[in-house]
Design a protein. Structure first.
Length: 513
């Protein structure tokens, strides 16, 4: 069930501060854990979650690059400055691969250019400081692009040397037409990538969002994760449009004006609760915009409740029930067909349900597992990139709905992901793009989600269309074991057998709990 987040404010967004605290500081975040979901829930309630070090680590997440940088770079009438060595700006180049395939017919803006610069800091700048370089970069950005906003993305170098970004901003802002927005996303700040999202929203709330001149009763703020595809945006716009509502999608391809009017919306609705949390709380506390955190529109049941929550704040209670009734006529029979197909597979296996291992973010952890149950499959184990106190109530709700299950929390650790896959032997292991690759194993390995810019209808996950599209995708992927079979027959496993034989995949961590 949806929970009203407005009844209690357990965290205050302090816009007088330079930036946000880290997820470790404000929510006891961790990216190292293995145990039962009930154990994770209790440790979160007791405040025992924490990040610990690994003796062997294959990769990690940077709170600047990929998840943040490739999204900020798409803001249409803005420019970004990477304040660091030139290499820290590399992820801006990925925007073509992520978004290039989206046709303009699906709503991708035509008036977009990638506007970015780097201060290209070197050894002398580390020793003597680089304030003047940053000021010159701001001047150059305004001269080249005439943007309405200039985002300054900090890097590890500026964090380590303690560069006073705000001093530079205060000096140059009076002579700059664009609004300058510093975002403190240096990678050394945090092991939890969501800290980068919070830092971005802090800058948006502090510098861009304007005090509302009026409330737009038909405007719904929606900040979506990178892992939701373009077709999810199309589906949500379709559903809200039928209610006479408009979606204010951020950040991809939003305009600066879209950010400025966030405070005028009727409600902020989640697609990913952990991604939206800081923004939602800040908009409520400083601009009186209501919000809710749960559920997200994944699966038919959760989509029903998500729409009903939006209707509470937009005065569309009657219309939403008519919409749900209409949509059910089209989509519920298709879900029943999917259920029958999974049930047939279950019967062929002697009554054993199809077991799916999901590689999830914590937002997906609390939305996708109930959806798996809705499809007629089970998930005896799940992985999450991170977990923190923000979703305690939501995790408890999921456990009550689907029962207990194994949880492993890690960020891009392929060996640990292979370990839990080999130990639990699910029928299908789902991976995120760029997270661990296709493991060599018996059975099926497929994607948990497509990339943000995937325009194909079969990549839809959200709403009613997504519930059916992804269910059919899982059915198709379950039957396709040829890639994994050939890989296992012709190549070796990349980790030693003695590690896979350990009962704890966090063998190299400082006891992970």
């Amino acid at each position: 069930m949806a929970k009203n987040e407005l009844d209690s404010e357990d965290y205050i967004v302090e816009l007088d501060k330079v930036t946000c605290p880290t997820r470790e500081q404000r929510a006891n975040g961790t990216n190292v854990y293995f145990g039962k979901a009930t154990e994770l829930l209790q440790d979160a309630k007791d405040g025992n979650l924490k990040c610990t070090e690994r003796g062997f680590q294959q990769s990690g997440g940077c709170i600047l690059n990929f998840y943040l940088a490739v999204r900020v770079s798409t803001i249409r009438d803005a420019a970004i400055i990477f304040n660091g060595p030139v290499g820290c700006s590399h992820s801006a180049l990925g925007y073509k691969e992520l978004y290039g395939a989206i046709p303009e017919a699906l709503g991708k803006p035509t008036n977009y250019n990638l506007n970015w610069l780097t201060t290209n800091l070197g050894e002398d700048d580390v020793v003597f400081g680089a304030k003047e370089k940053l000021i010159e970069a701001v001047k150059e950005a305004e001269k080249r692009y005439s943007p309405k906003a200039i985002f300054i993305l900090t890097t590890c170098v500026t964090g380590i040397i303690g560069e006073d970004i705000e001093a530079a901003v205060n000096e140059i802002q009076p002579d700059t037409k664009a609004t300058i927005v510093p975002v403190h996303c240096e990678g050394v700040r945090s092991k939890i990538m969501q800290t980068g999202y919070d830092a971005f929203w802090h800058g948006v709330l502090k510098y861009l969002v304007k005090k509302p001149k009026k409330k737009q009763k038909d405007l719904v703020n929606i900040a979506s994760m990178l892992s939701y595809a373009w077709q999810d945006r199309v589906e949500i716009e379709r559903l809200l449009g039928k209610l006479g509502l408009r979606a204010n999608f951020i950040p991809e391809f939003a305009s600066v004006e879209d950010f400025e009017q966030l405070g005028e919306a009727a409600v902020t609705a989640p697609i990913c609760p952990t991604y939206t949390d800081y923004l939602s709380r800040g908009l409520h506390q400083h601009f009186d915009v209501p919000f809710f955190m749960y559920p997200s529109p994944i699966g038919i049941v959760n989509t029903d409740q998500w729409l009903r929550e939006i209707a509470k704040y937009t005065g569309k209670e009657k219309e939403v029930e008519e919409l749900i009734k209409e949509e059910h006529k089209q989509w519920v029979p298709k879900m029943e067909e999917i259920n029958k197909k999974f049930k047939a597979i279950e019967e062929e296996r002697g009554g054993k349900k199809v077991d799916v291992l999901g590689s999830l973010g914590q937002g997906r952890l609390v939305t996708q597992l109930p959806y798996f149950e809705e499809l007629g499959v089970t998930s005896s184990s799940a992985m999450a990139q991170d977990f923190d106190n923000i979703l305690i109530d939501e995790l408890e709700d999921v456990i009550n709905r689907v029962g207990d299950f194994n949880v492993m929390v890690n960020t891009f650790q392929a060996a640990e992901q292979l370990h839990i896959t080999e130990q639990t032997k699910p029928d299908m292991a789902l991976t995120c793009p760029f997270q661990g690759g296709a493991w060599k194993r018996e059975g099926s390995v497929s994607r948990l989600h497509s990339l943000r810019g995937d325009p194909r209808k079969w990549s839809t996950q959200a709403g009613y269309a997504g519930a059916i599209a992804y269910g059919n995708f899982l059915l198709q992927a379950l039957k396709n074991e040829s890639l994994q079979r050939l890989s296992k027959e012709n190549t070796g496993v990349s980790v030693k057998k003695w590690y896979l034989d350990q009962p704890d995949p966090l063998y190299f961590a400082e006891k992970g709990k």
